[in-house]
Design a protein around this ligand. Structure first.
Ligand code: AMP
Ligand code: MG
Length: 400
């Protein structure tokens, strides 16, 4: 199989986004009750069923008046509360006591906060000028009837669920979750409930990947580990490739028993990249066999974990109907100086502390699962920046 030149992190990510976006089929649609909608991807744009707010609303407790009359004295006609229709019309030098969320009476064009007035019985004094529109949220100002409340292709957050509830979407059309085959390779692997011989290890990657897939909105389909033998790998791949996406773990380095690319070749696979200038995860493979995209993730636990987050997750998003996958990068100030050998983009286990300070976690390389488990983010070191001072801003990838 022809190998391609190593890509930078940015090139590799752009490749994944472009390839999958160009070919991703439109996923099946199902309707779920609103309580089960968070984390799913909206399949049809949901419009606002009416104006929001449907009437001008007071944003404060206070008095509705005509702004032109202030400063001045007013007659208080009565009160209007949230949850009742308004019975009053406000004329010159008249006021209506109003509660937050209540409909602003006709004639009034401002609400003066209760804290800014003097009121005795039915007499109100407003000692200062008041701007027209003050403390009023006009009809339709947050959302006009018929305009999109939430667009198709959005992954629903708790806040979007609130909006869907507000517009009366009791059942929500969402895309089916992509089914993601997880195929671990390696002669050294035993299952979690087995006792490994000293030369064996438990298959932790399948469990990490299944959790990552679930968190990313996919349905994991865990296949049993295969030995480092070509025929066994081919056989298992045949089953894996019937799913929407395939994640292989291990077997993609240059070793004599790294057979994944050879096995994929049996399916006429096209390889878009098989080396990326990153650490961990340098020998990461991305390609397509028939209509199924696959990732050959390097077997070291940190490599598998990071390559899933930075590459495979975007593919899963697109296959699940998300229009614009986003990698959650942000900036934080280093709690201590940081150095690395330039040339590779590094994703190193770190802890983001309160106050947006980031502290790298000492780690013993890509096999250090303990460091991975302690991390709530990854520090992202630029390939052309060897040293950072304490307090300097550095990129980080949220992954908790
Ligand atoms: P490989 O990419 O196949 O060369 O694997 C590199 C290293 O990753 C192996 O030596 C193992 O220590 C580790 N490894 C491979 N597969 C797994 C797995 N499924 N779970 C945990 N560690 C793994
Ligand atoms: Mg291996």
């Amino acid at each position: 199989m022809a190998h391609v030149a190593a890509l930078t992190f940015e090139q590799a990510r752009a490749e994944v986004l472009a390839r999958v976006a160009a070919l991703a089929p439109s996923p099946a649609v199902e309707a779920v009750p609103l309580y089960a909608a968070a984390g799913r991807v909206l399949a049809e744009t949901v419009p606002a069923d009416r104006d929001y707010p449907p009437e001008p609303r007071s944003m404060r407790d206070g008095f509705a008046i005509r702004s032109a009359d202030a400063p001045g004295e007013f007659d208080v006609l009565g009160e209007v509360r949230a949850g009742e229709p308004c019975r009053f019309t406000v004329g010159p030098r008249q006021a209506v006591e109003i509660m937050t969320g209540a409909t602003v009476p006709e004639g009034a064009d401002a609400v003066v906060m209760i804290e800014h007035v003097h009121c005795e019985g039915q007499r109100l004094r407003v000692p200062q000028a008041v701007e027209a529109g003050a403390n009023i949220s006009p009809r339709g100002s947050s959302l006009a009837a018929g305009s999109p409340a939430i667009e198709a292709g959005t992954r629903l957050t708790p806040a979007s669920v609130a909006l869907l509830a507000a517009v009366g979407a009791a059942r929500v059309p969402v895309y089916a979750r992509p089914r993601v085959a997880i195929l671990p390779t390696g002669d050294e692997l035993v299952e979690v409930d087995e006792t490994p011989a000293p030369w064996q290890i438990r298959n932790s990657n399948s469990h990490a990947l299944a959790a990552q897939v679930r968190r990313a909105g996919g349905e994991p389909v865990a296949l049993p580990p295969v030995r480092d033998r070509l025929e066994e790998t081919v056989e298992s791949l045949e089953e894996a490739l019937t799913q929407d996406l395939v994640l292989l773990s291990g077997g993609v380095s240059a070793g004599k028993y790294d057979l994944v690319e050879q096995a994929l070749a049996r399916f006429g696979a096209e390889i878009y990249f098989d080396r990326v200038l990153i650490q961990p995860g340098q020998p990461c493979v991305f390609g397509r066999a028939g209509k199924t995209f696959f990732f050959g993730l390097p077997g070291n636990p940190a490599s598998t974990f990071v390559c899933f987050e930075i590459f495979a997750r975007a593919a899963l998003d697109l296959l699940g109907g998300v229009r614009q996958p986003v990698l959650p990068f942000t900036l934080a100030a280093l709690a201590e100086p940081f150095r690395h050998k330039p040339g590779l983009t590094r994703f190193l286990p770190a802890r983001l502390e309160d106050g947006a300070r980031i502290r790298p976690i000492p780690w013993g390389g890509s096999g250090d699962i303990r460091a991975l488990a302690l991390a709530n983010c990854f520090l992202v070191a630029d390939p052309d920046r060897p040293a950072y001072e304490a307090g300097e801003l550095i990129r980080l990838l949220m992954a908790s």
